[in-house]
Write a protein that binds this ligand. Sequence first.
Ligand code: GLN
Ligand code: ZN
Length: 769
Amino acid sequence: MTSKSAAAAARATVYGYPRQGPNRELKKAVEGYWKGRVTADALRGTAAELRAANWRQLAAAGIQEVPTGDFSLYDHVLDTSVMVGAVPERHREAVAAGALDGYFAMARGTQDVAPLEMTKWFDTNYHYLVPELGPDTAFAAGSGKQVAELKEALALGLSARPVLVGPVTYLLLAKPAPGVAADFDPLTLLDRLLPVYAEVLADLRAAGAAWVQLDEPALVQDRTPAELNAAARAYRELGGLADRPQLLVASYFDRLGEALPVLAKAPVEGLALDFTGAGAGNLDALAEVGGLPGKRLVAGVVDGRNIWVNDLGKSLTTLGTLLGFADRVDVAPSCSLLHVPLDTAPERDIDPQILRWLAFARQKTAEVVTLARGLADGTDTIATELAANRADLASRAGSALTRDPAVRVRTAAVTEADSRRSHAYPDRAAAQRTRLGLPLLPVTTIGSFPQTGALRAARADLRAGRLDTAGYEDRVRAEIQEVVTFQEKAGLDVLVHGEAERNDMVQYFAEQLTGYLATQHGWVQSYGTRYVRPPILAGDISRPAPMTVRWTEYAQSLTGRPVKGMLTGPVTMLAWSFVRDDQPRADTARQVALALRDEVRDLEASGSAVIQVDEPALRETLPLRTGDREAYLAWATEAFRLTTSGVRPDTQIHTHMCYAEFGDIVQAIDDLDADVISLEAARSHMQVARELASHGYPREAGPGVYDIHSPRVPSAEEAASLLRKGLEAIPAERLWVNPDCGLKTRGWPETRASLESLVSAARTVRGEL
Ligand code: GLN
Ligand code: ZN
């Protein structure tokens, strides 16, 4: 086929769409069902309506082949486990009693059984339920949901393409079931799994699917030769089936690398590749493998993970190059639109001019349709759209929001020395010891105390105008007073103010920094029925006024013990926001770091001797390919140091991390040069303490001795035994005593009892030294 006919055949498509509905109807229906207020039929009805509305919207926008099966009541990886019959032993009874309740038992657990584990979907902020497999796993095809959703779309008169998690990614995302040897490799189940996929594919074809999409994002990560062989085998086998629809194997979130030649050779009819961000590497790689002759190439040229309008001209250039590589080139967002909010139209608080820079799922759909039209019918047919797009991009590039000269001058003047403390750690440690006079094994917390219903109600009242600012701040001060009094009485050594004033550890700062935008309706699924509204890092970042000082100052005025100032670090500010795409992340991180640096200095000037800068997200935004990690860690750790290095040697800088295994970033933790780090460790029995020790980590550390993810109160004996374990790795002069993370999700009764256990454990173990 010539590139001209490849162009003429171009279509627009998407791999998946936000599930929640314009007003988060799905969340309300599912949670209503859990509470017994919504019947199973009503829940199914709401779900079907939302699917139909999405498909109609996509079709009306010009998507000729709508995706089906991407919808989920909770999570699409869980749906895949159900589809292949991988129900853990402990959930079988619930599933037998009722498919829907069994499904939610796997997702959330019940009184008696634990749910599946949840973890991050690649480097996004979406979380999936981890399949549990073992040598005894017996797969069985259950194509019911996929077939039913396909039929719903076909019944609307639409053409549709079912989307499934591919077999290789499914196995690579799985973990050994409880009781199975930890070194069991789920990929050994591939031969057992493929016949199940074959059956599902046959069912979908029988139901009317011309194409089926198999998502294999795991193939964009570094893969061993054995894993690549498994992928080759899987697609040779599925491609060789007699009774099957045409197959589109989709990859996203990065470039395919070594997996590209494997998939290019596979007997499947189409490949979907990401050409945004690090995925741009796919372009050269395609040339190297000689293109995809005879195949359909779906080109992800519109970033499916950020919220910025596409540079249509640039995308057309990429698409033009791709036309030479395949028989047919379709245009798509780089990944499912699940990761962006639904629609910019309902946003009322964002300046209309700025709103035009933003593209949520609906706008991104329009972009891929426009691009496909330009490709198929010539760019003059989209001249109006191109002109409008150029104007929007120009307005963004020239805006005072994205170009603040004062910020630019300051960032450009940053030197290497600005991100170094004035004194080496041993000198600082000595100065801090003198200034703080803390006992051995000092006890502290991670920052937040229980966010009570009364506090949240006060915040809602403030928003609704039922409470004025002064009244609200009185409430916050009362809360701080209670938190400080409790900590003094309980005998903690380094206190906190409790973060009562914060709705969220990123949003609170985003609201006060210039350059950040907030949305009213920009909900994105984090997991199950939990949705978040990430703020948007839209412009140059500056801090018009101190953000936290008065609260910490107030807390300090109530006690003679040190109160830790508490900030969110630059890497986490980026990780939990939508980040601007018109400059490198490193530059944005540096701007945020400078704003936070001012806050750190103001805290110090107001009397804080201890300041904590949280970086729980440092590990989670690690690039998917190991080769890209060094560069990331370099700018990430530099941003942290820039934030924290402007203080005197006797001011103690803490940091905190959680949600992760830290084994592969110990060097980066060291590079932060924080005086003290607290880490999640209770569940892993102080594993991280051993990791720090074997690295030779020279500074102070508080591996958590209280698992705050559970309402369980640790006994003093339990905490003491964890401390003794910690002491095997970290000497007493450098060991801190603290929970795993903040206490905001806990209730007061268990918080009180648990912290009393910690203090008592510290006293016992101090006595043994
Ligand atoms: N200081 C924050 C808190 O205590 C840290 C939260 C986090 O690590 N996720 O809540
Ligand atoms: Zn934490």
